[in-house]
Design a protein around this ligand. Sequence first.
Ligand SMILES: NC(=O)c1ccc[n+]([C@@H]2O[C@H](COP(=O)([O-])OP(=O)(O)OC[C@H]3O[C@@H](n4cnc5c(N)ncnc54)[C@H](O)[C@@H]3O)[C@@H](O)[C@H]2O)c1
Length: 255
Amino acid sequence: MASTGRLDGKVALVTGAAAGLGRAAAIRMAEQGARVVVTDILDEAGDDVASEIGASGRFERLDVTRPEDWSRAMEATLEAFGRLDVLVNNAGVVVLGDVESLSLAAWRHVHAVNLDGVFLGCRYGVEVMKRGGGSIINLSSVSGLVGGHNLAAYNSSKGGVRLLTKSVALHCARAGYGIRCNSVHPTFIETAMVRSMIDASDDPERTRQKLARQIPLGEIGEPDDVAHMIVYLASDESKFVTGAEFVVDGGVTAQ
Ligand SMILES: NC(=O)c1ccc[n+]([C@@H]2O[C@H](COP(=O)([O-])OP(=O)(O)OC[C@H]3O[C@@H](n4cnc5c(N)ncnc54)[C@H](O)[C@@H]3O)[C@@H](O)[C@H]2O)c1
């Protein structure tokens, strides 16, 4: 893939990169010169993304809830590319449900992936990156900033990611590691996650139009809208930015 250089020399690891926002972030970062470790629990789709990237991409299986997977993925990254500069904690799941209807099992699953997974990523990422500095980018959501009646677990997990990010940023700044940590907060973006929510409704076409109407800019976002923000946070252009939250939401939370 031709390099235009904003991330030349950097090595990035992206979780949940077989599809959606993670895939877009991996591809856009590779276009800017990064070598990218694509990770996911979907082997075939993850391999396809790594192949699309070419020689500067490789796939590693990584279930973000498993410390042993993190350990192995970090070793594989250092073995393949010798360093890690950028970690995108992107893997996430949504289960709809309000506080009365959501099962405890669903609550725990959402937190295991969305919050424990980001905690483990930060823990293992800091361990490797404190040798040379780096950038950690955590995918939260507008649902980490404002509530939804049927998003009890998702709201809680994404709100947790928002403040965990600030804690990691301040710890790394205080320790002088040269590691920055920021959160990204998208609204509805056209990926499998949003499509499954739309398809589960009684009238998918009406639901899609309703979602788009809730967005001041009038449409559901594209994965690249978020990937471009991730490229900025991965690059040295954001060297003075840490502990901050970046909303990519077509104006939703401006209201
Ligand atoms: N799409 C949106 O509208 C939207 C909005 C706000 C925030 N987000 C957040 O952005 C991130 C990416 O969302 P998306 O829309 O691309 O989702 P997606 O469902 O399209 O893709 C998520 C990927 O994560 C992987 N994954 C799931 N569980 C995993 C695990 N335990 N370990 C490793 N990988 C796992 C899946 O296999 C999949 O490839 C998520 O954290 C999501 O909460 C998405």
